[in-house]
Design a binder for this molecule. Structure first.
Ligand SMILES: C[S@@+](CC[C@H](N)C(=O)[O-])C[C@H]1O[C@@H](n2cnc3c(N)ncnc32)[C@H](O)[C@@H]1O
Length: 314
């Protein structure tokens, strides 16, 4: 079986410092690479994995089973971390010793999901949902969104310089025939961006595919809803570790951590800031070594931010 190549594993384990008796939430369990590393680092620790994609959850469950990790040490919950508090309440867990978010899609989504996440699988239907039981597909959005909204999505979510031309091309093409496959979308983006302006190292459709995936899965809204809950649920001294892969999500994470650390904008009338609830431990985010970047495709843009919950008297 293939698994997602986990990034910054040593750094995550060292940051969360799993201890015997501690309970840790892996809020983006994927194929459980980080969850297993935490379990192996401390035989007395327990991990709750949360995963929104049922196929991915099945992969994680099987992997943990194959390693004969006892079922009282690992629980897998199918659902979104947007509902973290209530998912944990169902397991009678009121507080956490640590939380991990490894944001975005898994490599398995691109390689083997069959859901149109990648321009490298031209025949796949443009679904792009992690949870296929709800919400609009990427093909639905390409059919329904206005030209202005498409332009804004590509520009704001993915810093796509050619957002306007791509949005216009989508609207022109869909008037002739619905855009249903990854190949159709990739090829219209290739035609919308002048050949000499194609990025040297990535496919010209990379940014737009990412922006669509973010919009389909409401990823920014999920982050805004999930991270504050994870911070609330931490015990004093408990830690949160968050891995981001692009500037859009990193900006949100940085702001949420700063707000919780009492460094946000403050009340817009009084200017007063709420009392700090966490201490940020990574003034600059941790990043992969050159070695890891050489070994793991996709590690290059990873950034790990870590914070610690303050005690009640802080
Ligand atoms: C980068 S992968 C995680 C890989 C994992 N850390 C590992 O080592 O195998 C991110 C995973 O988070 C899942 N995911 C995305 N949004 C989610 C959400 N709101 N709630 C739960 N899981 C989510 C995706 O389906 C994907 O499998």
């Amino acid at each position: 079986m293939r698994y997602h190549p986990s990034v910054l594993v040593k750094e995550v384990v060292e940051s969360l410092r799993p201890r015997a008796g501690g309970i840790y939430a892996d809020c983006t369990c994927g194929s459980a690479g980080h969850a297993i590393a935490l379990l192996e680092a401390c035989p007395g620790a327990r991990v709750v994995g949360i995963e929104r994609d049922k196929d991915m959850a099945a992969t994680a469950r099987q992997r943990v089973l194959d390693l004969q990790i006892p079922s009282d040490r690992f629980a897998l919950v199918e659902g979104s971390y947007r509902h973290l508090r209530s998912l944990l309440r169902d397991l009678a867990i009121a507080q956490l010793d640590g939380s991990l978010f490894d944001l975005g899609a898994s490599a398995l989504h691109f390689i083997s999901s069959g859901r149109g996440f990648s321009f490298r699988s031209p025949d796949e239907f443009l679904d792009m949902r992690y949870d296929v039981s709800q919400g609009a597909t990427a093909a639905d959005l390409l059919a329904e969104m206005s030209e202005v909204d498409l332009e804004r999505l590509f520009r704001d979510c993915a810093d796509e310089r050619w957002a306007r031309r791509i949005a216009r091309r989508i609207v022109e093409e869909r008037a002739r025939a619905p855009i249903r496959t990854a190949g159709q979308l990739a090829s219209l983006i290739e035609r919308a961006i002048p050949r000499k302006a194609w990025p040297p190292e990535t496919h010209p459709a990379t940014r737009c595919f990412m922006a669509l995936r973010i919009r389909v899965n409401r990823e920014f809204e999920e982050i805004e809803a999930g991270i504050p809950q994870a911070i609330d649920l931490l015990k004093p001294g408990g830690r949160i570790a968050i891995i981001t892969f692009h500037s859009g999500e990193d900006r949100i994470v940085k702001r949420l951590l700063r707000e919780a650390a009492g460094q946000g904008e403050g009340n817009f009338i009084t200017g007063r800031r709420p009392a700090p609830r966490i201490k940020i431990l990574t003034r600059k985010p941790l990043t992969p070594t050159e070695d890891e970047i050489a070994r793991t495709a996709g590690a290059r843009s990873a950034k790990l931010r870590v914070a610690e919950k303050l005690g009640p008297a802080a």
